[in-house]
Write a protein that binds this ligand. Structure first.
Ligand SMILES: Nc1nc2c(ncn2[C@@H]2O[C@H](COP(=O)(O)OP(=O)(O)O)[C@@H](O)[C@H]2O)c(=O)[nH]1
Ligand SMILES: [Mg+2]
Length: 440
C-alpha cells in the first residue's frame, strides 16, 4: 500500500481517461465541475499519469450500477479500447459495487479522485509519520469499498491460517485491514510523541532549507525546475537520503541552500485525507523560509491564499519567515497587477522570466540574511561603527569628508533588537533589491 499505484518502476506511463458526472447534488454544492475536472487533469499528471481524454456527463442522480448512464458506460468502453487506455479516473466517489461493475465491463482499472490524491501523497510522503498517515488513510478508504476491489491482501501481515470456519475471504481481508489500521494508529502515536526530538536533531545539520508551499497548479514544481538546473539533484551532493523533490539552490552570494517542493493544496480535500496531507507538509515545518506560491491569474487566488495560510497556522508554521510569491504574472492584465494583496514580503513574477527569477533569488537572500542598508556615521563616533560591525555584516566602507559610510547586510530582527542607535544614521536610499521591485 505504501507505493503509489502508478509507481510501478516500468517505463510505460499509465494512460487514463478522466470522467466527471455532473449530478443535481454536484450542482447544488456550488463547486464548478469544469474547474474540478481541470484540477483532476493536473492531479493525474502530478501522479505521472498521461491523460488521454476527458468525458463529462449530466445526470440527475448517479446510476446505481454503472455510476454514469448505461449508454455512457458503453461509450467509455469504446474510448478505452480505441485509446489504449488502462485506467479510468472519476472525479466523484464511487461505491464498491460501481467500481466492480465498471472494472469488469470496461476492462480497465477504476480509480476515483480520493484514491488518486492518496496515490500522490503516497509518492511524496517522506517522514515516517507521513508514510504511516498515508497508509492509514488508504486503508481507511479501502475498508468499506473492499467488496468492489478484487484485491488480494493475504500478503499483508502474513499467514491466514487462523481463518475461522465459515468465514469468507472478504471477512478475513477486512480483519487484516482492521488489524493493520490499529497497528498503524499505535505506531503513529509513538512517532508523534518523538516528533519534536527528531526535528531538533535534524536542525543541527545547519543547512538552510526553503520549502515551496501553495495550491496545486500555482507553479511550485515549475519554480523548482526553473531555479535549479535539472541535473543538479541534491542527491548527487551531500545529502544521499534526499528525494528528487529537493534540490540545491545557489543564491547570488554563492551560498547554497536546499529548495524543496511540497504536495500542493487541493480544493475540497476529502476530510479523511486531511491528516495524511498535513503529514506530507512536514517539510514546511522544518524549513527556515517558506515560499508561498499563489497563482495570480486564478480567480480563486485570494481564497486559496487564505486557506494555505490557515493550514500553515494550524501546522505551527505561521510565524515562519515567508515570501508571498504571486506567480503567472504574465497571465494577469497589467491594470490588475496592483490589486494583488500583500505586504512588504510580496513578490510578483513569472516562473518563465529569467529577470524575475534573478530578482526572486535576491529577495530570498535578503530574507534569509537580512537586507542591505547604508549608514552615514560621523567619523568621531567609533562606538556606532563598532556596533554596526557587531550586529551586521559590513560589505563596504568608505569615508566622505567627516563621515564614515558603511554598507551592511543586517537582519531586520537584529536591527530591531541591537541596532536602534543606528536607525537615525540610515541613509534614505532604498536597498538595492527593493528599488528594482519598485520599478515594476
Ligand atoms: N503562464 C504561466 N504559466 C505558468 C507559470 N508557472 C507555471 N505555469 C504553468 O502552470 C501549470 C502548473 O505548474 P506546476 O509547476 O505543475 O504547479 P504546482 O502544482 O504548483 O507544482 C503548468 O502548466 C505550468 O507550465 C507562469 O509563470 N506563467
Ligand atoms: Mg507540483
Amino acid at each position: 500500500m505504501k507505493q503509489s499505484t502508478y509507481d510501478t518502476g516500468a517505463d510505460v506511463r499509465e494512460r487514463a481517461l478522466l470522467v466527471s458526472l455532473v449530478t443535481d447534488e454536484v450542482k447544488r454544492s456550488g463547486s464548478d465541475p469544469k474547474h474540478s475536472l481541470q484540477e483532476l487533469v493536473h492531479l493525474a499528471e502530478t501522479a505521472g499519469v498521461e491523460v488521454a481524454g476527458r468525458i463529462m456527463q449530466n445526470r440527475d442522480v448517479p446510476d446505481t450500477k454503472w455510476f454514469v448512464g448505461k449508454g455512457k458506460a458503453q461509450e467509455l468502453k469504446a474510448a478505452i479500447a480505441a485509446e489504449g487506455v488502462t485506467t479510468a479516473i472519476f472525479d466523484q466517489e464511487l461505491s464498491g459495487a460501481q467500481v466492480r461493475n465498471l472494472e469488469a465491463e470496461l476492462d480497465a482499472k477504476i480509480i476515483d479522485r480520493t484514491q488518486l490524491i492518496l496515490d500522490i501523497f503516497a509518492g511524496r510522503a517522506k517522514t515516517r509519520e507521513g508514510i504511516l498517515q498515508v497508509e492509514l488513510a488508504q486503508l481507511t478508504y479501502l475498508l468499506p469499498r473492499l467488496a468492489g476491489q478484487g484485491v488480494n491482501l493475504s500478503r499483508q501481515g502474513g499467514g491466514i491460517g487462523t481463518r475461522g470456519p465459515g468465514e469468507t475471504k472478504l471477512e478475513t481481508d477486512r480483519r487484516h485491514i482492521r488489524n493493520r489500521i490499529n497497528e498503524l494508529k499505535r505506531q503513529l502515536k509513538e512517532v508523534i510523541a518523538h516528533r519534536n526530538l527528531h526535528r531538533e536533531r535534524r536542525k543541527k545539520t545547519g543547512v538552510v532549507q526553503i520549502a515551496l508551499v501553495g495550491y496545486t497548479n500555482a507553479g511550485k514544481s515549475t519554480l523548482l525546475r526553473q531555479l535549479t538546473s535539472a541535473d543538479v539533484l541534491a542527491e548527487n551532493k551531500l545529502f544521499a537520503t534526499l528525494d528528487p523533490t529537493t534540490r540545491t539552490l545557489a543564491l547570488p552570494s554563492g551560498k547554497e541552500v536546499l529548495l524543496t517542493d511540497t504536495v500542493g493544496f487541493i480544493q475540497n480535500l476529502p476530510h479523511d485525507l486531511v491528516a495524511a496531507f498535513r503529514a506530507t507538509l512536514e517539510e514546511a515545518n522544518e524549513a527556515d523560509l517558506l515560499l508561498h506560491v499563489v497563482d495570480a491569474s486564478s480567480p480563486m487566488r485570494d481564497r486559496q491564499r487564505t486557506v494555505v495560510e490557515e493550514v500553515l497556522g494550524e501546522l505551527g508554521a505561521a510565524g515562519k519567515p515567508t515570501l508571498l510569491v504571486y506567480n503567472k504574472i504574465d497571465e494577469v492584465p497589467s491594470n490588475a497587477i496592483g490589486l494583488l494583496a500583500g505586504g512588504a514580503d510580496t513578490i510578483r513574477l513569472s516562473a518563465f522570466n529569467a529577470r524575475d527569477l534573478d530578482h526572486l533569488l535576491h529577495r530570498i537572500e535578503d530574507k534569509l540574511l537580512g537586507g542591505i542598508c547604508t549608514l552615514r556615521l560621523p567619523a568621531s563616533r567609533g562606538d556606532l561603527s563598532a556596533l554596526a560591525y557587531r550586529v551586521g555584516d559590513v560589505l563596504s566602507r568608505e569615508t566622505e569628508e567627516d563621515d564614515l559610510i558603511l554598507t551592511l547586510r543586517i537582519n531586520p530582527a537584529d536591527m530591531e533588537k541591537w541596532g536602534r542607535p543606528l536607525e537615525a544614521y540610515r541613509t534614505a536610499e532604498m536597498p538595492e533589491t527593493a528599488a528594482s521591485e519598485a520599478d515594476r
